[in-house]
Design a protein around this ligand. Structure first.
Ligand code: DGL
Length: 247
C-alpha cells in the first residue's frame, strides 16, 4: 500500500509516527503546505482550495489512499477532496469520533474537544459525537499551542501560562480530543494540567484504529519508504521529520 499523508505543515508527522509504529504502509508520501500554514485561522473556502490543490499534487504518485492528517482540513474539506480524488480519502476527524466512541462506553462522560479556530467553529467533532450519542461536550479553540509546538516548547512557563489561559474555566473533562496535529506533542503537559484519569484521544492512533477496521493490513512492512514534500523549504520539513520520526 502506498499512502499520501497531507497536512498544513509539519504537524501531520505525529500521524506518520503512528503509521510507522504499526508498520501499515510500504510507502508514505508526506506533503506539508509549509508555505501557507497555519490553516486553522483561514476560512472554509480557502481551506477547500488548498486541500484540492493537495489532491492534485498527490496525482503525481499512484496512491492507494490519501490520509488527511490535518484536523482543520478534515473538518472543512473532506467531501471536496473525495470528489477531486481518484483514490479513497480518509480524515482524522471521523477517525477521532469513532475512536472516542470506542474508548468511552459511558455516553454521559464529559468530552473536551481541542482544535484550531477553524476546526472548533466547524463543529465537526460535536456533530459526529452527537450522532454517536455523546452530548456532554465542551469545545475550545487553542490555536496558540500550534506556534509553541513549532518552537519545540513542550513544557515550561510559557506553556503552563497558555494552558491556564485556555483552561481556567473548563471543568475537568473525562476525555480530551487532541483535535489538532500538533497537540500530541504537548499531551504530557495537557494530561498533567487535568488528571491522570483523563483519557486523551490522539489523531494518529485514531486513524490507525480506523484503517485497521476498514482495510486488510495482514502484511506488515518492517521498512517503509518515506518521502517528504513541502510547498516551502522542504529541507526544513525533512530535518524535522527525521528528528521526530527517528528515521
Ligand atoms: N494541522 C492543523 C490541524 O491539525 C494545525 C495547524 C494549522 O493551523 O494549520 O488542525
Amino acid at each position: 500500500m502506498k499512502v499520501g499523508v497531507f497536512d498544513s505543515g509539519i504537524g501531520g508527522l505525529t500521524v506518520v509516527k503512528s503509521l510507522l509504529e504499526h508498520k501499515l504502509f510500504e510507502e508514505i508520501i508526506y506533503f506539508g503546505d509549509t508555505a501557507r500554514v497555519p490553516y486553522g485561522i483561514k476560512d472554509k473556502t480557502t481551506i477547500i482550495r488548498y486541500a484540492i490543490e493537495a489532491v492534485e499534487f498527490f496525482k503525481n504518485f499512484e496512491l492507494d489512499l490519501i490520509i488527511v492528517a490535518c484536523n482543520t482540513v478534515s473538518a472543512h474539506a473532506l467531501t471536496e477532496m473525495r470528489e477531486a480524488s481518484t483514490c479513497p480519502v480518509i480524515g482524522v476527524v471521523e477517525a477521532g469520533i469513532l475512536a472516542t466512541a470506542n474508548a468511552l462506553k459511558d455516553k454521559t462522560l464529559n468530552i473536551l474537544i481541542l482544535g484550531t479556530k477553524a476546526t472548533i467553529s466547524s463543529k465537526a467533532y460535536e456533530i459526529g459525537l452527537n450522532e454517536e450519542g455523546f452530548h456532554n461536550l465542551q469545545a475550545k479553540a487553542t490555536g496558540l499551542f500550534v506556534p509553541l509546538v513549532e518552537e519545540e516548547i513542550y513544557n515550561g512557563e510559557i506553556l503552563e501560562a497558555t494552558l491556564k489561559h485556555y483552561f481556567k474555566e473548563i471543568k475537568n473533562p473525562n476525555a480530551i480530543i487532541l483535535g489538532c496535529t500538533h497537540f500530541p506533542l504537548i499531551s504530557d503537559a495537557i494530561q498533567n494540567y487535568f488528571s491522570s484519569d483523563t483519557i486523551l484521544i490522539h489523531s494518529g492512533d485514531a486513524i490507525v484504529e480506523h484503517l485497521q477496521k476498514s482495510f486488510d493490513f495482514s502484511i506488515k512492512y518492517n521498512k517503509t519508504k518515506l518521502e517528504f514534500f513541502a510547498s516551502e523549504n522542504p529541507e526544513a520539513l525533512k530535518a524535522v521529520g527525521k528528528k521526530w520520526l527517528q528515521v
